[in-house]
Design a protein around this ligand. Structure first.
Ligand SMILES: Cc1cc2nc3c(=O)[nH]c(=O)nc-3n(C[C@H](O)[C@H](O)[C@H](O)COP(=O)(O)O)c2cc1C
Length: 190
């Protein structure tokens, strides 16, 4: 599918939010169309280094190779291939540009045109392994706010966002597990 142009209003809106956000085109490999400043701050990559690439590069570590993330990738594949799956929310092991591991709580949704076809994939990233419960709740509130504010901006481009942000059922357990994964990754560094 030919890439659509991201409107300046949409780009400005995304850049103005404090949570990490990314948009990907719906092409054969979901290449990133834009990332905001908070995404660059979180991952250490500049926007010019990542636009045009599939975001799976965040799963690659220079010292540890690619992390498997089997369950997370299965959930993401289901979301990307099944039209009735509106959103996905999953922890996934990622690495910053300077090879620091983190567990990314990845949220993804679909931006659809008036014809019902997906025009972009929308995503938000959060380091849940260096977080605690109140930080996760703050992030959820900020992401919900960002999504609500996004709707009128999207409307101008004839787009709507699918689904809504589901909160994590047992956030405390998820944070604890993310911290455990992080400490294993940090101690496994060669
Ligand atoms: C907009 C968008 C943002 C994404 N963000 C991330 C991310 O931050 N971290 C990550 O590990 N994967 C991210 N992904 C998922 C990967 O790009 C990819 O879809 C996933 O690894 C499953 O495909 P694969 O098994 O072919 O790698 C994102 C995908 C899209 C479309």
């Amino acid at each position: 599918m030919a890439d659509r142009q991201i409107s300046p209003e949409l780009a400005n809106y995304m850049n103005g939010t404090r949570v990490a956000l990314a948009l990907a085109n719906v092409d054969d490999d979901h290449r990133l169309a834009m990332v905001n400043k908070a995404f660059c701050d979180l991952t250490g990559y500049g926007s010019e280094e990542v636009v045009g690439k599939n975001c799976r590069f965040l799963q690659d570590s220079a010292s540890r190779g690619r992390s498997e993330n089997t369950d997370a990738r299965t959930d993401i594949h289901r979301f990307l291939t099944e039209p009735q799956v509106e959103t996905v929310r999953t922890p996934i092991v990622n690495f910053t540009k300077d090879d620091r591991p983190f567990v990314n709580l990845l949220f993804m949704s679909k931006l659809k045109g008036s014809n019902g076809k997906t025009a972009y994939i929308f995503a938000s990233q959060f380091d849940v392994s260096r977080s605690h419960l109140s930080m996760l709740h703050d992030y959820d509130a900020q992401l919900s706010q960002a999504i609500s504010g996004l709707s009128p901006v999207l409307q101008e481009s004839g787009l709507i966002i699918d689904g809504s942000l589901a909160t994590i059922a047992n956030s405390a357990a998820m944070i604890a597990q993310a911290k455990m994964i992080l400490s294993q990754l940090e101690s496994a560094k060669s």
